[in-house]
Design a protein around this ligand. Structure first.
Ligand code: GMT
Length: 374
């Protein structure tokens, strides 16, 4: 199939899922055309089956807000015509599904179906906002197929957006050959030269991730045992976290690595992964850590209970309950047997339920259905 994929190319779960999906589909023989304003972050090496079409937004003094949605629709249309695309698959409803709807309408000579995948904040923060609700509902209902990344998000979309249509749940996935338990002893020594325990956090450092909580939990753990914190990613709350680490005298114990592409090599250095988010429709970062055999201590919110079984593969704690999060983290870090059992259970869960090899065929089947081939 020839598939056009649109996503936010920056550091964030939906862009990561869209990019990894494109790479996996290309490896299975499909031609993938990414259509976005920049090259998605995890694309890596060029391949014959992966193409990138940049959306350039022409500016004009009249435009206080350059119309990206329209430029994207034009580019989707162009790529569909020039590359004979079979379908478009857009990730994150706003504005991508609106642009896809326009492109489909513009292409009068043949069908150009589009699939919309809902990722979370496109519904829970943007979609429910009164200014975007009608167009979010419209573009979801107009899509030829819609998927949500968890049962939780499926429910919220029907309830809060008032959508009346079928939405298929296709969960986030991880490449279990790339994200795998590995002994990165040398890398680990860079962070923890004296054999300290290592806590890892991975996110886009937006307020919804409660990044200051990560530093606070770490500081409570650090009072009890020698430990280091590895912070992967970047975003608005990084400065707050850096300031907190300085104020608490933890500068030498907290490593801020910024945006990284090979996150698997870093997650593997962790003994525990912290994800104290306010909301998480799935929690891809927790899944990636689990595939590396690292148990998460995460918030009991949104779709996370669909990914982590509390007390088995890690711990789930109400968001903001920092005392319990610190205690659960210490429980894992001070009991080698528990850490090993949870790490193994986490990897097994990722293996059985969320490996790319199990999830990608679900998308392929959906495409076939949308194209009327099955
Ligand atoms: O929260 C983020 O990391 C960004 C956001 C996005 O859309 O880029 O992530 C959402 O999509 C991820 C991939 O499907 C999910 O794993 C995250 O749980 C979800 N984030 C939220 O719901 C807050």
């Amino acid at each position: 199939m020839k598939i056009g994929i649109t996503c936010y190319p920056t550091y964030g779960g939906s862009g990561v899922v869209a990019t990894e999906l494109g790479l996996e589909l290309a490896a299975r023989g499909h031609d993938i055309h990414f259509i976005s304003y920049a090259l998605p972050v995890r694309i890596g090496e060029p391949s014959d089956r992966i193409h990138f079409h940049e959306v350039e937004v022409m500016n004009y003094p009249l435009f206080d807000h350059p119309p990206y949605t329209l430029a994207l629709a034009s580019q989707m249309y162009n790529v569909a015509v020039n590359e004979s695309l079979d379908l478009l698959h857009v990730h994150y409803a706003i504005p991508h599904s609106v642009s896809a709807h326009l492109a489909r309408t513009m292409l009068k000579s043949r069908r150009l179906p589009f699939v919309t995948t809902l990722h979370g904040t496109d519904i829970t923060l943007v979609g429910v906002d009164r200014s975007y609700l009608p167009i979010t509902r419209f573009s979801i209902e107009e899509s030829d197929a819609v998927t949500a990344i968890s049962q939780y998000l499926h429910g919220v979309t029907l309830r809060e957006i008032g959508v009346k249509r079928e939405i298929e749940v296709i969960p986030n996935f991880v490449n279990c050959d790339v994200f795998t338990p590995a002994d990165h002893a040398t890398r680990r020594r860079e962070f923890a030269p004296d054999g300290e325990k290592v806590l890892v956090h991975l996110s886009n450092f937006r307020p919804v991730k409660r990044v200051p909580d990560v530093v606070e939990i770490f500081s409570r753990v650090r009072k009890e045992i020698p430990a280091k914190l590895v912070m992967i990613g970047d975003g608005p709350d990084r400065v707050v976290a850096e300031w907190m680490a300085r104020e608490k005298g933890l500068t030498k114990d907290v490593h801020f690595l910024g945006k990284q592409n090979q996150v698997q090599n870093l997650l593997c250095c962790g003994d525990v992964m912290l994800l104290p988010s306010q909301l998480e429709s799935f929690g891809l970062a927790a899944l990636e850590a689990m595939a590396c055999g690292v148990p998460p201590v995460a918030s009991r919110v949104g779709g996370l209970p669909e990914v982590v079984e509390d007390g088995v593969e890690g711990f789930l704690v109400p968001p903001g309950d920092l005392d319990t999060m610190a205690k659960r983290t210490l429980l894992i870090l001070t009991d080698a047997d528990l850490q090993r059992r949870m790490g193994q259970a986490a990897r097994a869960r990722a293996d059985h339920q969320f490996c790319a090899s199990k999830i990608i065929p679900l998308y392929e089947k959906l495409y076939e259905r949308v194209l009327g081939n099955s």
